[in-house]
Design a protein around this ligand. Structure first.
Ligand SMILES: Nc1nc2c(ncn2[C@@H]2O[C@H](COP(=O)(O)OP(=O)(O)OP(=O)(O)O)[C@@H](O)[C@H]2O)c(=O)[nH]1
Ligand SMILES: [Mg+2]
Length: 249
């Protein structure tokens, strides 16, 4: 759980995780100004603390680095602001366990009515438009990409250059672009939409910057694919080699 000022919701999110399925809960505090650290300590969570606010992407980088170091096979990221139902974790990882996917998104727009769950209309419309643009470039047909509920296999995370991604919100889409480029299988499962006063929510300005950075990312990816300007960020980290036959002198 990448946490920033999540004191009001961290406990609820943690309490509802299916503890028989989850081996380790890691929380990274990204310089919160509230009681997030104290609550994470009280809950006995595996806590990592940034010395200042580095951003949502930087937070996830620490989460994944530490999850891999701890030996995780399946890594689930869920926002600690209780907007995503923690009890659904078994459904979110099911496609991975069945060997059908390497990456799963908990999707609010798949079979759902996000606006009745409180999603502002302007977020809904931009989500639909950006999803269409991403589907077109990624060659997928997902219902949305802007969720805070995601599951990855260890292999998927180790195949991409997580550290080259942004420290900010665009991280979520950069990692998707990387997964697409390395040929990871992406699936989605429906999750309900939940907006409520204590939840953390991106402002209109933050969301607009986010939307524009997605379009810029898609443009960069298209340029990368032409081969004119290859970008290391989108290259696979799985270097393959074979032993060459020794010359018989
Ligand atoms: N804003 C912010 N959130 C962070 C940071 N690091 C981790 N987070 C967590 O990541 C989530 C941030 O997303 P939100 O601000 O809720 O925005 P969002 O969920 O993308 O958008 P909404 O659909 O409006 O909720 C929260 O649960 C935060 O606890 C950070 O540096 N800044
Ligand atoms: Mg939120």
């Amino acid at each position: 759980m990448p946490a920033y000022n999540a004191a009001k919701t961290l406990h609820m999110t943690y309490a509802e995780l299916p503890h028989d399925v989850v081996d380790l809960v890691i929380v990274v505090d990204d310089g919160s100004k509230d009681e997030t650290i104290r609550i994470a300590r009280e809950l006995g969570l595996e806590l990592f603390v940034h010395n200042q606010n580095y951003g949502y992407g930087a937070n996830q980088k620490t989460c994944y680095r530490e999850a891999l170091r701890a030996g995780a096979d399946i890594i689930v990221m869920v926002h600690p602001d209780y907007q995503y139902d923690p009890t659904l974790l078994p459904q979110v990882i099911a496609p991975i366990q069945q060997g059908k996917a390497d990456v799963v998104l908990g999707s609010r727009l798949l079979n759902g009515d996000p606006m009745s769950g409180g999603m502002p209309w302007w977020k809904y419309i931009s989500n639909r438009f950006l999803t269409w643009a991403e589907n077109t470039v990624f060659g997928l047909s997902l219902a949305e990409y802007h969720t805070g509920y995601r599951a990855y296999t260890r292999t998927a995370l180790e195949s991409v250059n997580v550290e080259m991604n942004s420290d900010n919100f665009i991280f979520d889409q950069e990692i998707m672009a990387q997964f697409v480029e390395v040929g990871a299988r992406v699936d989605e499962v429906p999750v309900p939409t939940r907006y409520f006063p204590q939840a953390s929510s991106a402002s209109f300005v933050q969301s607009s910057i986010y939307g524009l950075s997605i379009l810029w990312l898609l443009f960069r990816l298209l340029v990368h694919r032409t081969g004119l300007l290859k970008q290391k960020q989108f290259l696979s980290l799985q270097r393959r080699y074979t032993r060459a036959a020794t010359a018989n002198l």
